[in-house]
Design a protein around this ligand. Structure first.
Ligand code: 13P
Length: 246
């Protein structure tokens, strides 16, 4: 099933989350033929988990830590997340990589921990502008995916991948749907190379300046299996339009 996901990033307090979901749930209650995922900040997971229970809408975390417990000040384990009803975790978002210095090695540990915990990781990959201009898009995406899945190659069907070109995030300057399609098709080929037993359940999502205006153009592409939406997911009306855009 196609997966339309909201990454709220560091936005919306618990009270604002309640208000958002009160508006959003009635707007999408008839939608059963696609999966909807909301990834609020950790502080809103409790209220969102309660409000989404029984709705069919999935709850995701924007990050996680790979250790189960212990002296890791400020971190949150997968068991803690699961108690709120979290079934997805975004791993390796470019803001985690480039603002917080997350390495491919750490991302690999998080992916591995998610798989072990039964939380489906959404692995984010994408090139920066200088890498794109140097013709390195495919190489960067390949390296990020291979390293993220190192040691867990046989589980390619238990992850989703988000292609989010860094230069397209929050800029109002999305990739063209045709360019996204090329990278998505490449990613799907790569998954078969990494895991000859790959069954193909992995959804490859596009992220980067998705809006109600352009969402359907992306969703028309053969290998675009969903979207990861930042800014345009912060308004319930706008995110519901994206969810319904195809
Ligand atoms: P924007 O939709 O705000 O460009 O953010 C995309 C993103 O980073 C989703 O994870």
């Amino acid at each position: 099933m196609k997966l339309i996901s909201a990454n709220w990033k560091m936005n919306l307090t618990p009270a604002q989350t309640r208000e958002y979901l009160q508006k959003f749930l009635p707007l999408v209650e008839d939608i059963k033929d696609r999966e909807i995922l909301i990834c609020p900040p950790f502080t809103s997971l409790c209220v969102a988990g309660e409000m989404l229970a029984g709705s069919g809408i999935r709850l995701g975390a924007q990050n996680c830590y790979h250790e189960p417990r212990g002296a890791f000040t400020g971190e949150v384990s997968l068991d803690m997340l699961k108690e709120f009803g979290v079934s997805y975790a975004i791993v390796g978002h470019s803001e985690r990589r480039w603002i917080f210095g997350e390495s491919d090695e750490l991302i690999n540990k998080k992916v591995t921990a998610c798989l072990k915990a039964g939380v489906r990781p959404i692995i984010c990959v994408g090139e920066r502008l200088e890498e794109r201009e140097a013709g390195l898009t495919f190489k960067v995406v390949e390296t990020q995916i291979r390293l993220a899945l190192s040691g867990v190659e046989e589980y390619t069907s238990s992850v989703d991948i988000a292609y989010e070109p860094v230069w397209a995030i929050g800029t109002g300057n999305p990739a063209t749907p045709e360019d996204a399609q090329l990278v998505h098709a490449y990613i799907k080929d790569l998954l078969h190379q990494i895991n000859p037993g790959h069954r193909g359940e992995t959804r490859v999502l596009y992220g980067g300046s998705v809006s109600p205006k352009n969402a359907s153009e992306f969703m028309r592409m053969k290998d675009v299996d969903g979207l990861l939406v930042g800014g345009a997911s912060l308004d319930p009306e706008s995110f519901s339009q994206i969810v319904k855009s195809f």
